[in-house]
Design a protein around this ligand. Structure first.
Ligand SMILES: Nc1ncnc2c1ncn2[C@@H]1O[C@H](COP(=O)(O)OP(=O)(O)O)[C@@H](O)[C@H]1O
Ligand SMILES: [Mg+2]
Length: 311
């Protein structure tokens, strides 16, 4: 079982006005055997962090630090090594099935291609194909039709289940899902939860789920990491029931299930040079030190908060 360990991960994008700092020195471990949620306001750097783990950052991104999967530093691997690793080691579930399904190829070919990435015995591939479809809720009578279909011939729910099946078809050890339930109606959202449970049952080493869906995080995740302005500011198993960082409290209150009290102010522009805590200007608990010094992490990797209140 291998954890995914981020060590001082910095990711910057050069832009006209200077640079956007999407990850500002992220050090954290995604524990194998666990499902970790990453939550945080839009633009805080969740997807960029996910792309970094998948080796899919654009070429002009400036990176430093390390992302370790076992003995491999993903930042030091060649594009070819990364291509091999994606799918086999880390599977990806896109937010929109359209992003993972090829519109001009039939479902069977696409699923088979993913299955072929796995190291499994060739003679077992067909069996595996049918097994996967069964696990993701396709009854026997539907199989022939579904496999011979193009994505546009399937319902939204079916496409979603196929795209989840594809995410694990190659026997990836880790799964990363970026907002898998975003923009879905109730039924499809429930279906997504079920898909993710099914993926877990397939014995993956670990999962990272980037999400704005607090219900998903509550139902499925063992641990929650909260991101703010390119940093992880709190992490732990009880973050949702017992938030400690003032930002996490504000964020949770802003969710529909918690009364939808919008948080005041907005996060600093990425790349903005700041003295002190990046949340200080919005924080009702801010003390003089918070505006002068950047808080370090208090606690350990399992239960961490980056806030002087816990000094
Ligand atoms: N390819 C890119 N070029 C320049 N800036 C980018 C690029 N991708 C993301 N960003 C910026 O990085 C920050 C983090 O983005 P992102 O990770 O997508 O946020 P989110 O938490 O909503 O997923 C944002 O300010 C975004 O505008
Ligand atoms: Mg995103």
């Amino acid at each position: 079982m291998r954890d995914i360990r981020l060590d001082q991960v910095e990711i910057r994008f050069p832009v006209k006005e200077g640079f956007v700092e999407a990850a500002a020195g992220v050090t954290t471990t995604f524990q194998s055997g666990e499902i970790t949620a990453i939550i945080g306001e839009s633009g805080c750097g969740k997807s960029v962090l996910g792309l970094a783990i998948l080796g899919l950052l654009p070429i002009y991104a400036q990176i430093s630090g390390s992302i370790w999967l076992g003995e491999n530093d993903l930042f030091r691997m060649s594009p070819k090594q990364m291509r091999n690793l994606r799918g086999r080691e880390i599977g990806f579930i896109a937010q929109n099935p359209a992003d993972s399904l090829n519109p001009v190829r039939k479902i069977k070919g696409q699923l088979m291609e993913a299955i072929r990435l796995s190291q499994g015995d060739f003679s077992e591939h067909n069996k595996k194909l049918y097994g996967l479809l069964k696990d993701f809720g396709f009854p026997k009578e539907q199989l022939t039709r579904v496999l011979q279909s193009y994505p546009f011939q399937l319902s939204g729910g079916m496409k979603q289940r196929i795209s989840s099946a594809m995410g694990i078809a190659s026997d990836a050890n880790w799964i990363l899902a970026d907002e898998p339930s975003k923009g879905l109606d109730n039924d499809l959202r429930e279906q997504t939860y079920e898909n993710l449970r099914q993926i877990k049952k397939h014995g993956v080493e670990g999962m990272i789920i980037i999400t704005h869906d607090i219900v998903l995080a509550e139902k499925l995740c063992d641990s929650v990491a909260v991101m703010y302005s390119g940093q992880i500011i709190e992490k732990g198993k009880n973050v949702l029931s017992n938030p400690r960082h003032p930002y996490t409290k504000g964020l949770l209150d802003s969710f529909p299930s918690h009364g939808m009290h919008a948080m005041e102010g907005k996060s600093p522009a990425p790349g903005e040079i700041m003295l002190g805590c990046r949340f200080a200007s919005r924080c009702s608990k801010a003390m003089p030190v918070c505006r002068k010094q950047s808080p370090t992490e208090y606690g350990n990797n399992e239960e961490m908060v980056r806030c002087f209140l816990y000094d």
